[in-house]
Write a protein that binds this ligand. Structure first.
Ligand code: SAM
Length: 279
């Protein structure tokens, strides 16, 4: 089903696909949406239920829909040639982290790294720490692997899958020293708010995976979502706000500006960082 001339309201189309409930084998819940890129040209995204959710039969509401986008030659090359160095295949069993990295080091896990530029930068600047990035957007995974290869990183791995499943099935309890969630999809419209990642069930998934003293670091440029992040975390007795005033924190030096954030800044958006520590 193609909808020509659709506006760049991807939120509602994305939600339409994600809630279609079709099993993957039906493969027909597919629309092409068009949105304007930075140069004013149209980009096409194909949204499909089959791509959106490998385990689509589960009734869980997804925090994303996969936009196919264009895979550049470089991204494709990185995916085929360097997946063996940087990729971790999704499996329904716990990772042996010392075996993955060949050492024991503090672990930062980032959910939804986008194109991975800031994640690669962080890993390059902090060689004593290991990083795992999780992303569902294929061009982003390719771009991140390409960046990691160009930088010669040995402390970064990526998983191309839904972070909710990865956290639930692959990450051992107490393994994460810092959970990074930067500019998660804000799902602006009230009827789509339920797709937001940050809610009490998300903390139930994340907190057991944090080491004692481990940190949850979130950032967003959408104020109502920042308020939700603050409220949900404040209400959880297992974590404490690291900001002495109990509010938002200044951006720590270790977090570079992300691609999404830079775009927001150009549009005049504010940014809110939140840092909570596991007790
Ligand atoms: C708004 S973008 C922000 C990207 C990047 N953090 C930045 O600041 O530029 C949110 C990203 O989260 C990814 N995402 C959303 N839900 C996810 C999930 N459950 N698992 C993995 N990635 C997810 C999306 O594919 C998208 O690339």
């Amino acid at each position: 089903m193609e909808r020509a001339g659709v506006s760049h309201d991807t939120d509602s189309l994305a939600a339409e696909i994600a809630s279609s409930g079709l099993p993957p084998e039906a493969g027909s819940a597919e629309v092409v949406v068009r949105e304007l890129d930075e140069n004013g040209s149209y980009i096409k995204h194909r949204l499909s239920s089959a791509d959106a959710a490998p385990d689509y039969r589960s009734r869980r509401i997804k925090s994303f829909v996969v936009r196919e986008g264009r895979l550049t030659a470089g991204q494709e090359h990185a995916l085929t040639s360097f997946w063996k160095d940087y990729g971790i295949d999704y499996e329904n069993r716990l990772l042996d982290l010392p075996a993955v990295f060949g050492r024991k080091a503090p672990l930062a896990l980032e959910i939804g790294f986008g194109m991975g530029k800031s994640l690669v930068e962080m890993a390059a600047r902090d060689p004593g720490r290991d990083f795992i990035g999780i992303e569902v957007h294929t061009p982003g995974v390719g771009a991140c692997i390409m960046g990691a290869h160009e930088a010669g990183l040995t402390n970064l791995r990526v998983i191309h899958y839904d972070a909710v499943d990865v956290l639930g099935n692959m990450i051992p309890d107490g393994a994460i020293d810092r959970l990074q969630l930067y500019f998660p999809d804000p799902w602006h419209k009230a009827r789509h708010n339920k797709r937001r990642l940050v809610k009490p069930e998300f903390l139930d998934l994340v907190i057991p995976k944090l080491a004692s003293g481990g940190v949850i670091h979130m950032a967003t440029d959408w104020e109502p979502y920042a308020e939700q992040m603050l409220e949900v975390q404040r209400a959880d007795a297992r974590i404490v706000n690291m900001d002495p005033a109990g509010g938002y924190a200044p951006r720590p030096d270790y977090r570079p500006l992300t691609k999404f954030e830079a775009r927001g800044q150009r549009l005049g958006h504010g940014v809110w960082d939140l840092l909570f520590r596991k007790i």
